[in-house]
Design a protein around this ligand. Sequence first.
Ligand code: F6R
Length: 242
Amino acid sequence: MIVIQAKDYDEMSLKAYEAMKKVLTEKPDAVLGLATGSTPVGLYKLMIEDYKRGLVSYKRMTSINLDEYVGLPVTHPESYRSFMNRNLFDHIDIDIANTHVPDGLAEDLEKSAAAYTAFAAAHPIDVQILGIGANGHIGFNEPGTPFDSHTHVVELKEGTRRDNARFFDNDINKVPTHAVTLGLKDIMNAKFIILLASGSGKADAVKKMIKGTVDESCPASVLQTHPNVLVVADEAAAYYLN
Ligand code: F6R
C-alpha cells in the first residue's frame, strides 16, 4: 500500500488523477471502477477537463460503479445513476450503454446482484476509485461485512445515513435504508485501487485502514492485503498517520 499525503482536497484530486491517467492513456479500453459521494468529484472534474482538451477518450471504456440505493428511482437527483451522469458521464464520450450501476429497483435484488458480480468478474477492473466512510466502509460494505462478500443488499448503518442526509435536505428519513453494493471480494479483484480520503471526519477510518489490524470491523483494512493500492489523503484525513 502506497500512501500519498496531499495538502488539501484539490491536491488530493490531482495526485489521484495523475495515478489514474496512466491507465486512461495506456489502455483505451480500460474498465473503470467508479465511486459516488463528495470525495471523487474533483477527480471527475479533472477527467472531464482532460477529455475536453482531447487528451483522453472514453469511447471504448467500460465503467462499473460500486453501489446504488435500493428503491430510489434512477431519475431521483440523488440516485447514484443520476450522480454519475451529472458529475461525469454527461461530460465525456463514454458510451452510456457501457456504464454500469447496480440496479436498486430490480424485482429480484439477489438475482440482479449475482448478475452484477458475474459482470464484474468478466470485466476485470483496471483501476478502482474508492472513497471511505467515517466507519471504514468501502462501497457500502459496512463494518462486519465478510471479506469474501460479493454484490449484495445491505442495510445502511444509521451513521452512514446521517452522513448522507446532507444530500437529502438534511433529513435522515429521506435517506434510503438499504443499498446494493459490490462486495469486498469483488473490489479486491481490481488490478489497481486508488482510495481517496478528505477531511477530519475520515481521519480515524484512514488510520484504522492503514495501521489497524485487518479485520471486518474496518472493511477498508482488507486493502492492506491487496498488492496494488494507492491511498491519497489530504492533511486532515491523514492527521493520525504522522
Ligand atoms: C460511494 C461509496 C461510499 C463513499 C463513502 C464516502 O459510491 O461507495 O463508500 O465513498 O461513503 O462518501 P463521501 O465521499 O461522500 O464522503
